[in-house]
Design a protein around this ligand. Sequence first.
Ligand SMILES: *Cc1c(COP(=O)(O)O)cnc(C)c1O
Length: 392
Amino acid sequence: MTNWSKRTRAIHSGIRRSQYNELSEAMFLTQGFVYETAEQAEARFVKLGEDEFIYARYGNPTVAMLEDRLADLEGVEAGFATASGMAAVNGALMSLLKAGDHVVSSRALFGSCLYILEDVLARFGVEITLVDGRDLDAWKAAIRPDTRLVFCESISNPTLEVIDLKAVCDLAHANGALVVCDNAMATPVYSYAAEAGADLIVYSTTKHVDGQGRCLGGIILGKRDLVRGPVEAYLKHTGGAMSPFNAWVMLKSLDTIDLRVRAQTATVLKLVDALENHPKLSRVVYPGHPSHPQYALASRQAEAAGTVFAIEVKGGREACFKFLNALEVFTISNNFADSKSIVTHPATTTHQRLPQEQKDTLGITPGLVRVSCGLEDPEDLLRDLLNALDVA
Ligand SMILES: *Cc1c(COP(=O)(O)O)cnc(C)c1O
């Protein structure tokens, strides 16, 4: 489908029709598959053909449709869908690393990604160097000839630091290291990770792909030799596979991802514009807005910087909680990219676990709020934010 635009491919790519020629993607809610003969069973275990299945932990037709569709959207050869975004991050890292390897990563990471690097991988003898992802010189100083892997969130959660992904990929590749990019905030709609050179691109499909708060999921995307090689081998034996039911929900969600993400982005821009100089806010953070120090980089890399922005309410935690509790349309939750607009207080929820020093370095202050724009009327969302700021 590569001749067509992303919006079209999000609806049609990867489709597999059964003998009934159904219009909508079928849900193959089956664990296993049967064989005509013992010889056929034997042959499948020796070598699995392109569209053959033996067990849903290894692969399933509904899951394969989602994998092929997301790979096509990303412009890469292959994908492996996982039970959650974290199963994808873990699978990508564990399938490529071994004891003694050196990893360089940006330090502004989602809490669970930090846990995998600093707690799990370190326990297995992998050396981790964390750097300020915005600082190319820091990447240069940290990446060594024996660095095996570079990890980053292309746009960090929740402080929206932007990585110069092509420059980081070039540095990594010049040293023979592979790049794994967690692209959740950048969204599949605006992704530039494959062009920039990332070897594996990871999504929590819980976010924009489902986008309606129902199912957990994740995917690892990249070249066929990596995805169908070490990634698939690790995941099919360790059990991180996506449920066919979740894959089906997400396939149907992809019909609207382009419309949803663009509408959510337009809302972000409207709200950021309106809040920019609000007297109750000390910061409004969105890399897709000219007020952001990384605006030039963000707009060179992609059409937009996603569906989430951040604000810092003056007056610390007390004023911030008053603001959060006064909101009527925005809901307090810890997810983002949902059709419902969501506010999150990272310091006390998603990033609570981090030591104060690390929170300070990352700018996760008591007044910081992550704002995820949903699909409600943008005027209502603005009115809700302004009313609640009056209370703060
Ligand atoms: C949400 C998120 C994850 C984890 O995804 P789950 O589907 O919740 O497991 C990983 N990385 C980033 C950047 C995220 O935002």
